[in-house]
Design a protein around this ligand. Sequence first.
Ligand code: PLP
Length: 443
Amino acid sequence: MPTPILSKRAPIYADVPDEKWNDWRWQLSNRLNTAEDIEKVLPITESERKALQTQDLFRVDVTPYFISLVDPDDPNDPVRKQIIPVAEELNAFTSMMEDSLAEDRHSPVPGLVHRYPDRVLMLVTTQCASYCRYCTRSRIVGDPGQTFNRKDFEMQIDYLKRTPQVRDVLLSGGDPLVLAPKILEELLARLREIPHIEIVRIGSRVPVFMPMRITQELCDMLAKFHPLWLNIHVNHPNEITKELADACDRMSRVGIPLGNQSVLLAGVNDCVHMQRELVQKLTRIRVRPYYLYQCDLVEGSGHFRTPVAKGIEIIEGLRGHTSGYAVPQFIVDAPGGGGKIPVTPNYMLSMSDHKVIVRNYEGYVTTYEEPTEYKSHDPKTCKFCQNKRPEPGQTGLTGLLDGDQMFIKPEGFDELHNRDGFQHRLKDENKWKPLGIGSGESD
Ligand SMILES: *Cc1c(COP(=O)(O)O)cnc(C)c1O
């Protein structure tokens, strides 16, 4: 695989001096958002024109750097589809939702989503460097009137201080890396003052939309707050440029472990072979593929949806076929707030009391003999078992496996299965007579 080369600029930017082009503030203030702007870079289709002229469409904005990655002659260019709206965005589809992950319901204070036992999602801004057309948070993202809100921030910090089970804070939005440097630094410093917060994570597409933002100065600032992890968001190999590779290199060198989250999108990256190239290119720039998400049921993204089976097929084509480090976890984020659910091909085919039957990526079917005398560690003397962290109400199947809990019941289960009314009513003959013995309508 060739090393990425410096990406081309669209011809209209040919005369922009390098100092400007490489200045993230210039990139931000020269973003494109109207049909007239975009037409200067590439010929737009009728469908794109219609969408761009629609009122109340989810916000459009693209950095000059990112739009320059589009092949202007290809209306189906995978980069183009991610940032230029088309008329299909206006179509509703069955099971479409505004807040499909029920984040608002999981927010103890505005902008803080506490869904899992030990970690929270903290939405620190509504702004991004460019706007993905399939944004799962389009209900709140993009509003130009709303940026960093100090009152909400103080409430978020206050909640975190009094919630000691939170050991991991994931900063998202919007995109935390478009915040003014001073604000971002203050935010990280305030989080670091809270002793029980062990790790901080940032989810950002800034390295992809605007790699010039990842200056050495920014990296040095971030490195003051270790352990700090960062996930970028690349969907297609065309996004992996020399500029992105350099930005990732700068972050890796200050010790930030990098991951990637992709969204599976029809016509953009729903191809096993393309995905294999994507994940291999990511590992070359020291970015570990983390999650591949099934597209959420969010307004405007119907035309991007694929069957879940496409994700399984992609993982089938990666696992075993390439480095384990390059294989992301395929995730369906369950509508209604069920959270992230990993979905994988089946490798376990069957089992008996003494062996399991498994298959590998090549279709080789084999058996694994279970040990006949397995001596488990002793939970009574194991200090980890003794000191396990509480997960009130969220232990799930692990609670069945190692706790005193015997079952998990769906809502209404007891009421539904409490049909012993028959027994009670027998004792009260005035209330109940068996059907067909003098109680039917026919007599
Ligand atoms: C995705 C997400 C997280 C982090 O999940 P991981 O699987 O730990 O990466 C945390 N909170 C919320 C609400 C999320 O949506």
